[in-house]
Structure formats: C-alpha cells, structure tokens
Design a protein around this ligand. Structure first.
Ligand code: GTP
Ligand code: MG
Length: 193
C-alpha cells in the first residue's frame, strides 16, 4: 500500500460522533501497551501519528485516522490496564463495545496480542465480543523482536492453540522495530478494500 496521506480526523466517544461518510474502517484492539499505536504508525510510516507511550492507557477515545482519503484506521482504547479505576474501565468498555457491535463501515478488526505472553482473559473476552458481533478478525502477535529465535515457533504455536485459531488459523507475527509483518498485514487490508 502506498500511503500518500494519513491524518488524524477526530476522537469519538459515542456513535453520533463517528465519521458519516461510510468509508471502510479498519480497527485495532488489544491490551493497553501491547503496541496498537506503534503498529499503525509502522504501517503508515509515520512516526507519531497515533500517539504511543511507555505509559499504558494513553489512547482513551476512539481515534479515526483518514488514509489516502479512502479509508480509516480506528485506534481503540487499550483494555486491561490495572491502574485504572473500575468505573473508568467500564466506561471504556462501553465505548468500545458500542463501536464494535453494528458499525456498518467496519471491515476488519486487528486484535493484537503480545507475542511473549499467553493471551489474557481479557484478550479472550475481546475475541468473543468480536465473534459474537461477527466482525472479521485478524490476530497479530506483536513485539516478536523480543522473542528469542529458539522460542519463536513454540510461542506462536502456543498462542495459536490458546486462542483456538486452528492449525491454519492466521496469526501474523509483527514487530514495529524490525517491520516484520507489515507487508502481510497490508495485503489482508488491501484484499478487503
Ligand atoms: P495504549 O494506547 O495505552 O492502549 O497502548 P498501545 O497499545 O497503543 O501501545 P503503544 O503503541 O503506545 O506501545 C507501547 C510501548 O511498547 C511503547 O514503549 C512502544 O515503543 C513499545 N512497542 C510497541 N510495539 C513494539 C514492538 O513491535 N517491539 C518492541 N520491542 N516494542 C514495541
Ligand atoms: Mg495507543
């Protein structure tokens, strides 16, 4: 994908505030700090378009980014950040579920998991929300640059099994550091455009 233009459009908390032009949307979900904003910046070759942070909980609203004037990237708030009060977690959860269920322009959700760890209960919960909402979902194992060569195959296999993706279920290894997985991810997005 040749990205000629990528720009922040708006932040939304409720459906009335989402863009109204019905262009295809590609959303990104995952635990706080898993690397959602980094992955989008890496795909777009923009350094800090989606704001990244070493402090979890940076992205708190649904952020829409216009790409080439033809589709949107949608950065969702990260879940599972322990230091946030429960009332705030519930509020974010509502914001996300409202978007994920019944958003007509939504073409695909990329669900990020940390390649180094067993998916959490919240990862499982998110995938079940997506399954229930019948949203096409692509699972990406990110930060693979942090895996040792010797662990890699076993760890990816472990994640595939833990998430019940099946033997030929697609799990794209990704790294914002080495750019591994960038082309594969774009290919999936392009197929849906
Ligand atoms: P929230 O907005 O809080 O939900 O976080 P996020 O999922 O958007 O994570 P973000 O992209 O801000 O990245 C969190 C931290 O992980 C940052 O310090 C990144 O530099 C780091 N990081 C992200 N992706 C990678 C990766 O592929 N490899 C390595 N080594 N570090 C990464
Ligand atoms: Mg973020």
């Amino acid at each position: 994908m040749q990205v000629n233009q990528a720009s922040f459009v708006l932040s939304a908390l409720k459906p009335d505030d989402y863009p109204r032009d019905r262009r295809p949307e590609f959303a990104f979900v995952g635990r706080s700090n898993v690397g959602k904003s980094s992955l989008q910046n890496t795909l777009l070759r923009r350094k800090e378009l989606a704001r990244t942070s070493a402090t979890p909980g940076k992205t708190q609203t649904i952020n829409f980014f216009d790409i080439n004037g033809t589709f949107y990237f949608v950065d969702l708030p990260g879940y599972g950040y322990a230091k946030v009060p429960k009332s705030m977690k519930d509020a974010w959860n509502k914001v996300m579920v409202a978007y994920l269920r019944g958003r007509e322009p939504l073409r695909m959700v990329t669900a990020l998991v940390d390649a180094r760890h067993t998916p959490t209960a919240q990862d499982h919960h998110m995938l079940s929300i997506l399954e229930e909402a019948e949203v096409p979902t692509l699972v990406v194992a990110t930060k693979v640059d942090k895996l040792k060569r010797s662990q890699r195959a076993r760890q990816l296999d472990h994640i595939r099994r833990d998430l019940d993706l099946g033997d030929d279920g697609l799990l794209i290894p990704f790294s914002s550091v080495t750019r591994e997985g960038v082309q594969e991810l774009w290919r999936v997005i392009e197929d849906l455009l």
